[in-house]
Ligand binder design. Structure first.
Ligand code: ATP
Ligand code: MG
Length: 746
């Protein structure tokens, strides 16, 4: 065994080795906890994984005695794979997962004691809002006075602090009513056998707290609790941890076995989930309450020097830091390249060219990541990749045309085009809710069956209450069709997302802002489609190229757009394991690393996000987000911003992000240096750059020292026009756990 476990330690530096082998028991025989506080890429996750292997291999714990918390399901899977590679053990059944995943597991195992049916279902945030609306309606509560999304936030916030409705101290009548509604909501969930995300945690916390035998069982079982990304835990997660590890006040001596050893790793500079209740303060609490042994890791193994310098320089602008250093032996490597694009389309075209160059230099597509601040930004990038036939995969969110809100909007448009499309009919007949219940839908299905016609036609034949509400829906669709008859495609899209009620619906949701942005992005998609496919203003009469033969029915722009949408949605999907470029928000990139990283849309208002720029805390969190983004890169880092961008349905001329000014100039290489002077030197004419200036930007500037194959021979940089297709099977999109959407309103 001696040689085996020294093998484990072979690939570690002295500090990492120290961290991995910290004694889990102090000289008094009590559990000894640890805190590894270290910057990005210093090997925290590697240390945590190796420690699990070391503990098992040295016989200090058996695999079932370990509980490890990761931030995403993907990270949990990776950890299990690594462990299997290090140790000849069966990792199946080990408790390694996210807080939500582990709590779900606990509740499934003890559903009776937790007061849940064995088949309990989990509500996502969208489902939860619908449940709340239904509740308010049933109670005849004025939802103007008590807005559903505010109630949703109220409930989530209380649960994240571990408070049930009864335990809230209410200051005024409004809060008293909200607390009452919270209680009614919990009762409704209980009746229906469903739990929301925060409930998973709170319910398992209560299970452990109130059920001594279960608590003791798990306290004795999990002698070692290890947590990655500790800086992003919230109050309830911390309380859960304290309970399970036997550190909760009053519980310490309950377990005959005493407390467990907690091993936490984290980086305060990467705390990016404050909007979801995460609290870096937990690190300080942990220090005071667990008196952990501390190890700092200062060697970065991920990034080349220029990239690391860039990250360090940027984050030094934050004031509220615990303070750490990072160094690397990797050498400077390539400078960080910055591209100033004239437009979002040019930015996307540039991305495609750089990706092609990287791929032909031998970098695998899976080693290339495209990061953006908000989900809505992905559409233009996806389109450019699609047109260039570059396979890609979207993490932490669905591909643009597969997102629920986009599919809802497309379903309305399909009904304009073809009222007999029953799938689309069913999708939106009661979305947004318009009081058409399950019974009405059954009635119309029966009628359609009897009359052998579409749901749409059958809807008009029903009478009674169902008939009235259904024909209201039919009238709405007919009205939208009539009203948009002479509209351009973008006008039609806009009319539909407004008049279907989709926009209003998402505006009222707790996390609806991102969906509203996506819907508005659909208007841009239509505009771009018209421009690229050559449909003129009166396109209804236009024929597709080569279809001018007699008898060929002209395809309307709407129909063409809809088929374009389904093709883009289904056909270019990289299959699991296929070598595809990785697209994701910065939030979803946490903990991951790639050979080459592009951070796009570095503009004021976008990154930093406009909701954050007016307050210090918000801005520092955005800066940490930028730090996370930069530190994902191993060898190549590209930053881009555009002078004009279509966003939220209008063209914006944004200043370059302030973060660009906070980077060390020695590590940067401007691909378009003139733009920098022109824009920051006071001249603010957004359209001041010409096509030739754009191309001039590709000539070598300021970097005769670097061996650069990227900048040569780029005369022809027009966005690709033809539609390419890669792969044939349409596969489902893999979604990472708790995918962050762009902007949370809290
Ligand atoms: P983040 O803060 O981004 O989560 P991290 O601190 O968890 O980063 P890891 O992901 O564990 O860092 O490690 C970063 C990279 O460095 C990984 O590719 C890892 O395999 C490598 N690495 C870590 N330690 C060593 C080492 N001692 N020798 C060689 N490579 C190492
Ligand atoms: Mg990590």
């Amino acid at each position: 065994i001696g040689t085996m476990h020294s093998d484990l330690l072979l690939n570690l530096n002295p500090e990492q080795r120290e961290a991995v082998t910290l004694p889990p028991v102090n000289p008094n025989g009590q559990a000894q906890s640890a805190l590894i506080l270290a910057g990005a890429g210093s090997g925290k996750t590697r240390v945590l994984t190796t420690r699990i292997a070391w503990l098992i291999q040295t016989g200090q714990v058996s695999p079932i005695g370990v509980l490890a918390v990761t931030f995403t399901n993907k990270a949990a899977k990776e950890m299990i794979v690594r462990l299997s590679a290090m140790l000849p053990i069966n990792t199946r059944g080990m408790w390694i997962g996210t807080f939500h995943g582990l709590c779900n597991r606990l509740l499934r195992a003890h559903h009776k004691d937790a007061g849940l049916p064995s088949t309990f279902q989990i509500l996502d945030t969208q489902d939860q809002l619908s449940a709340i609306k239904r509740l308010l309606k049933g109670l005849k509560v004025d939802d103007e006075k008590y807005p559903p999304k505010q109630l949703q936030y109220f409930i989530a916030h209380a649960k994240e602090r571990g408070q049930r409705a009864r335990e809230l101290s209410v200051g005024d009548d409004f809060q008293a009513k909200m607390a009452q509604l919270y209680e009614a909501y919990d009762a409704q969930c209980q009746r229906e056998g469903v739990v929301d995300f925060a409930e998973l945690l709170l319910r398992s916390y209560e299970l452990l707290k109130h059920n001594e035998s279960i608590r003791t069982h798990y306290q004795e079982r999990f002698r070692h609790i290890l947590i990655d990304e500790f800086q992003d835990t919230n109050a309830l997660q911390y309380a859960w941890l304290k309970l399970l590890s036997g550190h909760e006040a009053g519980q310490v001596n309950v377990s005959s076995a005493g407390s467990s050893a907690v091993f936490a790793v984290g980086d305060d500079d990467q705390s990016i989930y404050a909007f979801r209740g995460a609290d870096v303060e937990n690190m300080r609490l942990y220090e005071n309450q667990y008196h952990p042994m501390m190890v700092k890791l200062e060697q970065n193994y991920r990034s080349h020097g220029h990239i690391l310098d860039t990250a360090n320089f940027l984050i030094s602008n934050n004031t509220d830091r615990l303070g750490k250093n990072l160094r690397t032996d990797a050498g400077h490597g390539e400078p960080v390249r910055i591209y100033d694009a004239p437009s979002d389309h040019a930015e996307a075209a540039w991305l495609v060219d750089e990706i092609k160059a990287l791929v032909s230099s031998g970098i695998k597509r899976t080693e290339i990541a495209l990061l953006y601040r908000s989900n809505a930004q992905s559409r233009i990038i996806e389109h450019a990749l699609f047109s260039a036939a570059i396979p890609y995969r979207v993490y932490g969110g669905l591909r643009f045309f597969e997102r629920a809100e986009i599919k809802h909007a497309l379903a309305y448009m399909r009904l304009l085009e073809n009222p007999n499309d029953d799938t689309s009919f069913s999708r939106v007949v009661n979305f947004p809710t318009r009081g058409i219940g399950a019974r009405s839908i059954e009635a119309v299905q029966d009628a359609a069956r009897v009359q052998q016609c579409s749901l749409y036609l059958a809807a008009s034949t029903l009478d009674g209450k169902s008939g009235a509400s259904l024909s209201g829906f039919v009238r709405l669709v007919d009205h939208m069709r009539e009203a948009t008859r002479h509209n351009t495609l973008p006008e039609t899209v806009e009319f539909v997302i407004q008049n279907s009620g989709l926009i209003q619906h998402y505006l009222s949701e707790r996390e609806g802002q991102d969906r509203v942005e996506n819907l508005q992005e659909l208007i841009n998609a239509a505009t771009a489609f018209i421009a690229e496919e050559g449909y003129g203003q009166d396109a209804a009469a236009a024929l597709l190229p080569g279809e001018g033969a007699p008898g060929v029915v002209a395809v309307s722009p709407l129909a063409a757009f809809l088929s374009h949408a389904s093709l883009e949605a289904g056909d270019n999907q990289a299959q699991a394991g296929q070598d595809a470029v990785q697209l994701m928000t910065v939030h979803s990139a946490k903990g991951l690393e790639f050979t080459a990283v592009f951070i796009t849309g570095l503009e004021e208002g976008l990154f930093p996000h406009e909701n954050s720029v007016n307050e210090q805390n918000g801005l520092e969190e955005e800066r940490r987000l930028m730090y996370v983004a930069i530190t994902r890169a191993k060898e190549r880092l590209y930053l881009s911003h555009t002078q004009s961008r279509m966003l939220h349905g209008q063209v914006r001329y944004n200043m370059p992000s302030r973060f660009l000014e906070e980077l060390p100039s020695d590590s940067l290489k401007w691909l378009t240096p003139k733009a920098k002077e022109a824009r920051w030197g006071g001249s603010s004419s957004g359209g001041g750059r010409t096509g030739s200036a754009w191309q001039d930007g590709y000539t070598r500037q300021r970097d005769s020292e670097t061996n650069d194959f990227f900048d040569s021979g780029r005369e022809n940089r027009q966005p690709a026009k033809q539609i390419g297709r890669v792969g044939s099977a349409s596969t489902t999109v893999k979604r990472m756990a708790s995918p962050p959407r762009g902007n949370y309103p809290f």
